[in-house]
Design a protein around this ligand. Structure first.
Ligand code: FES
Ligand code: FES
Length: 180
């Protein structure tokens, strides 16, 4: 069957079997592997994307359900080639090790801040509870979301080094997927 939707701001048309998940369609039909396949059953959060502006586990959504919808993956969050502030903060603060959980952490972190569900460390941890990380122990990820919330997220230069000037802070929401 044909599924037409908007992916990271661009029209997308995929031919997929109707039983495929959104995650499989993104990775195997659309070629967007930034949504990761972890558990495949809605537990780990590695596959999180924005679907019409709401964070969902794409392994738990059937491909036909996104007909006419807007999907945004972590790959669509850059700002004219620069990392989204939360991505940059995760890199700069050591919140990324193997990076497998990172796309989902970014999606969930942005949504937590947008929904006002990141007011304290405990709230951030609760908001990220559906995202599993095998590497970092969560502390630096939680701190990065806090910095993003506070507009303190910094940039990184081309060598991955934290920059101190022109910090982007908690940038305004992009046009697609993440409302004000
Ligand atoms: S792969 Fe979707 S929640 Fe784990
Ligand atoms: S950085 Fe490796 S799973 Fe999170």
């Amino acid at each position: 069957m044909t599924v037409r939707f908007t992916l990271n701001g661009e029209p997308q048309r995929c031919e997929v079997p109707p039983h495929w998940t959104l995650l499989r369609m993104l990775r195997d039909a659309a070629g967007h592997t930034d949504a990761k396949h972890g558990c495949g059953e809605g537990v780990c959060g590695a596959c999180a994307v924005f679907l019409d502006g709401i964070a969902v586990n794409s392994c738990s959504v059937l491909a036909p359900q996104v007909e006419g919808a807007t999907v945004e993956t972590v790959g669509g969050l850059d700002r004219d080639g620069d990392l989204h502030p939360l991505q940059a903060e995760l890199v700069a603060s050591g919140g990324v090790q193997c990076g497998f959980c990172t796309p989902g952490m970014v999606i969930s972190g942005i949504e937590a801040v947008r929904l006002g569900a990141a007011g304290s460390e405990a709230e951030i941890r609760h908001s990220l509870a559906g995202n599993l990380c095998r590497c970092t122990g969560y502390g630096k990820i939680v701190a990065a979301v806090g910095a993003y919330r506070d507009g303190e997220a910094t940039g990184v230069d081309g060598d991955g080094v934290r920059t101190t000037d022109g910090a982007p802070g908690a940038a305004p929401a992009p046009e697609v997927g993440i409302g004000p």
